[in-house]
Design a protein around this ligand. Sequence first.
Ligand SMILES: [Zn+2]
Length: 82
Amino acid sequence: MLPEPVNCPICSAAGERIRAAPHGYRYTCPRCGIFCISNGALGCQQDIPPSARDDVRRLRSYGHTAQIEVSRDGVRIVPVRG
Ligand SMILES: [Zn+2]
């Protein structure tokens, strides 16, 4: 699967993404780094808080990959392995 060029859903910088299991994408952003996002969260990008970028970077510094997803309470950012 080749990465496709796309704007980061958090900060709009020019990055790229590949499809990731189970339902979403793995983004590589020059500002935010690597994170995963579900299709559901991509559908409500306006609900992703600006602080998501800090969360992504903080999780990364602990060795986690951030997963942005939609829960009943709204968009949330959770750590996943990898
Ligand atoms: Zn970004």
